[in-house]
Design a binder for this molecule. Sequence first.
Ligand SMILES: *Cc1c(COP(=O)(O)O)cnc(C)c1O
Length: 246
Amino acid sequence: MKDTIQHNINIINERIEAACLRSGRQRSEVQLLLATKTVPADRIKLALECGELLIAENKVQEIKEKYEVLKSTQHTKHFIGHLQSNKIKDILKYDVACIQSIDRFELAEKLNQRLLFEGKTMDVFVQANTSYEESKFGARPEDLIPLIEQIAGLEALRIKGLMTIGLFSAEAEKVRKCFRLLKGLQEQAKALNIPQVQLDELSMGMSNDLEIAIEEGATIIRVGTAIFGERIYPDSYYWNEAKKIK
Ligand SMILES: *Cc1c(COP(=O)(O)O)cnc(C)c1O
């Protein structure tokens, strides 16, 4: 099993290198993040033993379940799923270094309050819905810059970058448009020089579209399937649960 994981990681690294070469970027500019939803902790551990350091979960419940097994193996953990306000207290218990999926002020404000109460700070990315699909979370691209400006005023949050899930499409140019939109928003927001806001990270690109994302400036690509295999749950289970409840 470890051999398969190592093999899959090697292939991803070759794909990253090739995309960097094509777009005149350094390999060191792009970090590989392992998207580990549905993957059991012992398999994640094997990937960490292959030398990977950055992982991310979509549900607080899964972070909690895998926490003990992974605790003793060095890694950094991000959160990339839809965060419900009532899970904020919980997520702060499990050494999450960055929440990449902040997409509304109400959530940011509640997170800030709790962090202040605990005397902590948190790195965050602001998530944009660059494909404008109903099924995906993220702020509307038009609303992103005002949202960043608002969040910038929350003293326990440190904005480090932007995140998006691009359109799932076989048409590369449509996917590229999403990533280019996020890059454009990053540049616009950076030009405003908002105090306390650093926007160096662009988290975009997954198993099927990581090359396009790297060509468009991704600094973090999030890969699950291409390393751990197909998941049994559809992604909609992770991406639009709250929308289904409505
Ligand atoms: C599952 C997931 C990924 C990884 O997707 P794959 O297609 O399995 O590589 C990336 N980002 C987010 C937000 C995810 O939920």
